[in-house]
Design a protein around this ligand. Structure first.
Ligand code: UDX
Length: 447
């Protein structure tokens, strides 16, 4: 099938590449000329395992093409996917200007029946706005062409996006037209072989499903972080508690890992946007607000521990930092806990020596002018001469470090671990104090 994708960001590019991989003819459109020029040369603007390979071979095979020409993009197919950004407004609600701009282009250039597929995470009711924008353009052209709008939210995890796309848990189709539903079934049939993963529903429910999924996952994390903070103060170990509750299949082991807060492009933004949507219709989303405020506080927890250790005096202290990305296997630093920690440390007069296996370029882009940050080429360099070590991301290469070398290199024998990577006994054996999240036995207690 011919398919058009608007937006070559994370979602658009992964969707385009994977659809081309299974045989569709995909044209990706973006207004960013530099980005399109790079993609045409096989350069991928984001780090995502496996993506470069798929882009390269589908471009070579002629099934994946790029353009900045909206007219050409719309004329390419009767299936127009919208995968442009919905950045938060000042008050946290989703800004729909890019989505409606694409809808207007579609209305401006379409010349036959068209299905417009919303893949961007958009507030409930956006499909109506998309419909109105397309209709407005058709009206001004004096045309009465038929079209349908479908909500088809994505559930990709960064770092595992290709696998998530190729083997989805479910494919949500929110739609009020059989004709459009049939076309989407055909688009996704290669991913739907072993059992039927298509879940059809009305448009508004599909739009809400995306927010509900992310908000529930974020709730699990904030819940565990709250229990971790309690465990710390009660002398219990959250890791034992996690294993204890996870074995109940009604709870499960997924997304109950405590840590220094959730980040990324989805959870913080989506929880906030859903809370703002609730507010806008006069409903106070108490639980969502609490999930957000627990996470906000949790991002400061490592700093509080470091500050407590140094009795509030961090002037001139050097913190070695492992992990900058918001999670492993990505270079994405949006809403990353490491940023909160670094900014807290700088405010308190400390400096940071940081290392991340993938996010060094991104850190340079964001904090290139920051004199209190030294970017290090290896994790070993990051601890050389540092006062203490802090960890914000659970990259594999941090899991079994040379503890003896850590103890020898840092001036104060303390590791502040925001991801609970280690067994406290092992660090103790190496003479290291270990402050993790919710591990009561050797924790700091707020007096
Ligand atoms: C998330 C959703 O999982 C995905 O379905 C949606 O499409 C986009 O948002 P992503 O943001 O890529 O994906 O990352 P995810 O793996 O979900 O992690 C999000 C954050 O939660 C990370 O900062 C991670 O460290 C944190 N997290 C995750 C925890 O703190 N504890 C956990 O148990 C799980």
């Amino acid at each position: 099938m011919n398919i058009t994708i608007f937006g070559t960001g994370y979602v658009g590019l992964v969707t385009g590449a994977c659809l081309a991989d299974v045989g569709h003819n995909v044209l990706c459109m973006d207004v960013d000329q530099a980005k399109i020029a790079k993609l045409e040369n096989g350069q991928i603007p984001i780090y995502e395992p496996g993506l470069e390979n798929i882009v390269r071979h589908t471009v070579e095979a002629g099934r994946l093409c790029f353009t900045t020409d909206a007219e050409k993009a719309v004329r390419h197919s009767s299936l127009q996917f919208i995968a442009v950004g919905t950045p938060p407004d000042e008050d946290g609600s989703a800004d729909l200007q890019y989505v409606t701009a694409v809808a207007r282009s579609i209305g401006q250039y379409m010349d036959d029946y068209t299905v417009v597929v919303d893949k961007s995470t958009v507030p409930v009711g956006t499909a109506d706005k998309v419909k109105a924008a397309v209709r407005g353009q058709l009206d001004s052209r004096g045309l009465e062409l038929e079209f349908d709008v479908v909500s088809n939210p994505e559930f990709l995890k960064e770092g595992a996006a290709i696998n998530d796309f190729m083997k989805p848990d479910r494919i949500i189709i929110g739609c009020d037209s059989d004709r459009a539903a049939d076309m989407l079934r055909e688009v996704y049939s290669p991913f739907n072989r072993s059992h039927d993963r298509m879940v059809y529903m009305d448009i508004r429910s599909a739009e809400l499903t995306k927010y509900a999924a992310n908000a529930l996952l974020a709730t699990k994390i904030s819940f565990m972080n709250e229990i971790a903070n309690l465990a710390e103060r009660l002398g219990a170990d959250i890791e034992a508690v996690r294993r204890g509750i996870g074995s109940d299949p009604r709870i499960g082991y997924h997304f109950i890992y405590p840590g220094c807060g959730y980040g990324g492009s989805c959870f913080p933004k989506d929880v906030q946007a859903l809370a703002r949507t609730a507010e806008s219709i006069g409903y106070e989303a108490k639980l969502l607000n609490a999930v957000e405020s627990v996470n906000y506080a949790q991002k400061h927890v490592l700093f509080d521990k470091i500050s407590h250790y140094f009795r509030g005096d961090l002037k001139g202290k050097v913190v070695g930092l492992w992990g900058l990305a918001f999670k492993p296997n990505t270079d994405d630093m949006r809403e990353a806990s490491a940023r909160t920690l670094m900014e807290d440390l700088w405010k308190a007069g400390a400096t940071v020596q940081a290392f991340d296996p993938e996010a060094m370029e991104e850190t340079q882009r964001i904090y290139g002018d920051e004199a209190r940050l030294t970017l290090c080429g290896t994790k070993e360099q990051a601890i050389k001469g540092a006062d203490v070590l802090a960890i914000c991301t659970e990259w594999k290469e941090f899991r079994s470090p040379d503890f003896k070398a850590i103890a020898e290199n840092i001036k104060h024998p303390v590791v502040f671990d925001g991801r609970n990577l280690y067994e406290p006994e092992i660090l103790e054996r190496h003479g290291l104090l270990y402050y993790a999240i919710g591990r009561g036995r050797n924790q700091f207690h707020s007096e």
